[in-house]
Design a protein around this ligand. Structure first.
Ligand code: FE
Ligand code: FE
Ligand code: ZN
Length: 285
């Protein structure tokens, strides 16, 4: 069965997110560890976490994905901002231990004129500072659209970062379908070829999650504007091929489309209907 969910608001806590997920027939979800724009995190509510873990086990919710605040820039030219990004991510990772076995996704950052090479070196230094052998969370680099000076538009840049991490078995990649499309990878017409390129550069074994978003803009636009499933330039047929592709179908999928909860529910229903060989689907002899 497809593991699929969407980005949910964490404002009411973990149990509330679990309930929201179940309401829309999701069996996973993504959430921000703290305000996506700010840096303040709420104190952990251990009772809420314990209730959530019970609820998740009862309702088949698995592979929840945390997303770092997107204002952080581990590639910044400003040393102070770089160390702030590292401190916040280290704090997030220590909190994530209560959800042991989950993934934590972040945007590699923007080099803001220093050049990709310098940016990549900042990012890998930060990861080497905060990753600890005893942590149980896999940290994911997100593939980026290449807006401005974003690092991670090309698969090779992600590989460059991964190559420099000493505890690299704590690292993986999250592929965002809108971002790779905007970056110029034609997943609508040449999915196999794009996945082969990913495999050659990064390794498909590193791929741990997929952000499933359509794009408002044409291939290679570098804009990063998400569209609802089937309502953008990538299209529904491509989304259906993505969720059913042998290299992808067992990964967790997270919708980050412009929707409220009921809109996400409709997208999940639509995608579940298009899952091939789903349990209960009729196979002719
Ligand atoms: Fe993201
Ligand atoms: Fe994303
Ligand atoms: Zn995006």
């Amino acid at each position: 069965m497809l593991t699929i969910g969407c980005h949910l608001s964490s404002s009411k806590g973990y149990l509330a997110m679990g309930r929201d997920a179940v309401k829309i027939n999701a069996n996973t979800f993504q959430f921000f560890t703290r305000s996506p724009r700010g840096t303040k995190a709420k104190a952990l509510n251990h009772k809420d976490i314990a209730s959530f873990l019970d609820y998740a086990a009862d309702h088949g919710i698995k592979k929840v994905l945390a997303h770092a605040p997107y204002v952080l820039n581990p590639a910044s030219a400003d040393e102070h901002l770089r160390s702030l990004a590292g401190d916040i991510m280290a704090d997030d990772l220590s909190r994530m231990e209560y959800l042991a076995g989950s993934c934590y996704n972040f945007h590699p950052g923007s080099h803001v004129g220093q050049g990709a090479e310098t940016g990549i070196s900042h990012i890998s230094q930060m990861l080497n500072r905060i990753l600890k052998p005893e942590l149980h969370t896999t940290v994911l680099l997100e593939t980026m659209a290449g807006k401005g000076s974003e690092i991670g538009r090309e698969f090779e840049e992600l590989r460059e970062i991964l190559d420099r991490i000493s505890l690299s078995d704590h690292m993986g990649v999250c592929l965002d379908t809108c971002h790779v499309w905007d970056a110029g990878y034609d997943i609508a017409n040449h999915l196999d070829e794009v996945l082969n390129r990913f495999d050659a550069a990064v390794g498909l074994n590193r791929l741990k999650a997929v952000h499933l978003n359509d794009s408002r803009n044409p291939l290679g636009s570098r804009k990063d504007r998400h569209a609802r499933i089937g309502e953008g330039c990538i299209g529904l047929d491509a989304m259906v091929r993505i969720i059913n592709h042998p290299a992808l179908k067992d990964l967790p999928f997270y919708l980050e489309t412009p929707n409220e909860l009921d809109g996400y529910g409709k997208e999940i229903e639509l995608l579940r209907r298009h899952e091939e060989n789903a349990a209960g689907s009729h196979v002719c002899p």
